[in-house]
Design a protein. Structure first.
Length: 119
């Protein structure tokens, strides 16, 4: 009888713990949503958060640091590179530059380039 009552109390405690954990996750998700709204309204806040994260990582003796970089900025940089390459006539075929085109003309590669990319 005592075992049954103890088992019942333990089940009640576990159920209560799950409810508390679920409420905590709900509150955390609300806080994250609120923080994302603030950062969406102020892009500099996101940059400051990146720097704060970088500072935290650097204090933990990590050897690898991954720093987020906006893909849109990378596309703009590569687009400018492609425009300059085509204007300078160093790359007359728009498909020959591996950095700026998904269609890469493998006939224009040297043996060293092929070895570097694993062809």
């Amino acid at each position: 009888m005592q075992r049954a009552m103890a088992t019942e109390r333990e089940a009640e405690r576990e159920a209560q713990a799950k409810i508390v954990a679920a409420n905590g996750e709900l509150e955390a998700s609300r806080n994250l949503r609120e923080a994302s709204d603030v950062m969406r309204g102020n892009p500099m806040a996101l940059q400051l958060r990146y720097l704060q994260t970088l500072n935290t990582i650097s204090n933990e003796y990590n050897h690898t640091i991954i720093f987020p970089f906006p893909v849109d900025a990378l596309k703009r940089i590569l687009g400018k590179y492609r425009t300059v390459a085509l204007e300078d006539k160093c790359c007359p075929d728009p498909n020959c530059c591996p950095l700026t085109s998904s269609k890469f003309n493998k006939k224009n590669q040297t043996k060293t380039e092929k070895r570097d990319i694993g062809v």
